[in-house]
Design a protein around this ligand. Structure first.
Ligand code: XMP
Length: 488
């Protein structure tokens, strides 16, 4: 950084700037592309990532994020098996063909089928002739499931639609042909089998509709939604990684509060030794040296942000941190575009996202902005006095989050050890906000407007323009200009 740069960025964050509007070149903002890079091999049509926090990203949030063109990172405050199951649930949830549909054998009971459907969040179960045979015997859909619990010990065979009455098709069928068959027979599911009745896949009406309506969804090369998952840097992280990758995770996140550390270096080394080039986002850092360190140890993308988050107390308790826009800029000046930068934390309004992107980030991670939604884990709480609806949002090192994730009646020492570190996070109640899809729709619209004010037709072009010479475009605000701009 030159000394002029240092003066320009020092101590600055999102609310310290406006950008100078440029001559608009598009007639409509609706089609402006917001495509951006997540890692070297993955890109997103909406450069938004939902944070790996237990009050933000579980399976529902991850599915909504990828459906809308972003990506969710499933938090790790749960057992390896549970986290892997959530990854697998997303990978199965929306693809033209579900390659390995879940099956139960003929001998299974209705009780087992109910549990299985709930566990994997599915509404139709293929029934195979015997465990592992992969030979189709029938289909048990939600409609076949008896309402009356007295049938719980009965075998599924009694209620399923048997193979002889099922509409099935051959494995090579195209999505268009499959949708015609589904419509012609007014059915929800089409199992794909060969001449020996061996199961090769399943096509569902819901997935076909969803694919058509949202061409911008984030998908892998098999048409399945993209999923990220957090692994941490100590303890079971290698075992966790293996299970998450096996379940189909597209991108793993090693993020710890102080990423510029030996712990991170060891973790990434071990990870690379075992899993090779799997996309790996590492964080968090807040300095040029930290960003260079992440590139040197083999991160595919570096996550930037120490202490800007709404649930964070790091800066208050330790005085460590760098104002977020300054941190993003320093990281970009150190790395340029050699590896992507993910800005993490401190986003209060949609304009902050645009500033993060044109000052150096290629994606932006959001926690509180996506919290309080239907898709965020946790219940809606109604205030008994005001009747306003709220949900909980909490830092991952808040006492409440630590307590919940480490509680084990058989291992009190583990909980004591976890609680021994003073918290650097806090719990808040946030207003209930309805579906996250509405929030993402709003963000998409505002980002497109920002691109248009920047005089470009794509986010990429706006970023290229402002990134190289931000001083030409950004206006530092006086206290009066700040009041005029942001106080309402
Ligand atoms: P926002 O502002 O979007 O920030 O809510 C989300 C980010 O906050 C970080 N995070 C924490 N930081 N103590 C911290 O210092 C915590 O307990 C904590 N929990 C989450 C994290 O980077 C997240 O993406």
């Amino acid at each position: 950084m030159t000394s002029t740069d240092t003066t320009f960025w020092s101590g600055k964050t999102f609310d310290d700037f406006l950008f100078r509007p440029q001559k608009g070149i598009t007639e409509t903002r609706r089609d402006l592309s917001l495509r951006s890079v997540l890692t070297g091999s993955l890109s997103l049509e909406l450069p938004i990532v939902s944070s790996n926090m237990d009050s933000v990203t579980g399976a529902e949030m991850t599915q909504a994020m990828a459906t809308e063109g972003g990506i969710g990172v499933i938090h790790r405050a749960m057992s390896i098996e549970r986290q892997a199951r959530k990854v697998a649930q997303i990978k199965r949830s929306q693809s033209a063909v579900i390659k390995q549909p879940l099956c139960l054998p003929l001998g299974a009971t209705i009780r087992q089928a109910r549990k299985f459907a709930a566990q994997h969040a599915i509404t139709g179960i293929l029934i195979e002739t015997e465990p592992g045979s992969n030979i189709l015997a029938g289909l048990l859909s939600r409609r076949d499931m008896p309402w009356n619990r007295t049938h719980d010990e009965q075998p599924v065979e009694r209620f399923m639609t048997p193979f002889e009455r099922l509409v099935v098709d051959a494995p090579g069928i195209s999505t268009e042909q499959a949708s015609e068959v589904l419509f012609e027979h007014r059915i929800e599911r089409l199992p794909l089998v060969d001449a020996e009745r061996r199961i090769h896949g399943l096509i569902t009406r819901r997935d076909i509709f969803s694919l058509r309506e949202r061409p911008y969804s984030s998908k892998d090369d098999k048409g399945r939604l993209l999923v990220g998952a957090a692994i941490g840097a100590r303890g079971d992280y290698l075992e966790r990684s293996a299970a998450l990758l096996e379940a189909g995770a597209d991108c793993l996140f090693i993020d710890i509060a102080h990423g510029h550390s030996t712990v991170m270096e060891i973790a990434v080394n071990e990870f690379r030794g075992r899993f090779g080039n799997v996309p790996l986002v590492c964080g968090n850092v807040a300095t040029a040296a930290g960003a260079r360190f992440m590139r040197a140890i083999g991160a595919d993308a570096v996550k930037v942000g120490v202490g800007p988050g709404r649930g964070c107390r790091t800066r208050l308790e330790t005085a460590a941190g760098v104002p977020q826009l300054q941190a993003i800029r320093e990281a970009w000046q150190a790395l340029e575009d050699s590896i992507p930068i993910m800005a993490d934390g401190g986003i209060n309004t949609d304009k902050d996202i645009f500033l993060a992107l044109v000052c150096g980030a290629t994606t932006v991670m959001l926690g509180s902005a996506l919290s309080g939604t239907d898709e965020a884990p946790g219940r809606v709480i109604e205030d008994p006095v005001t009747h306003t609806k709220k949900k909980i949002y909490r830092g991952m090192t808040s006492p409440e989050a630590v307590l919940e994730s480490h509680y084990d009646p058989d291992n009190a020492e583990a909980l004591d050890a976890a609680l021994d570190t003073p918290p650097e996070g806090q719990e808040l109640q946030v207003p209930y906000k309805g579906s996250v899809k509405d929030i993402l729709h709003r963000i998409r619209g505002h980002l497109r407007s920002s691109v248009s004010y920047a005089g470009e037709a794509t986010l990429q072009a706006a970023r290229d323009k402002i990134l190289k010479h931000p001083q030409h475009y950004l206006i530092p605000l006086s206290p009066a200009a700040y009041r005029e701009s942001y106080e309402r």
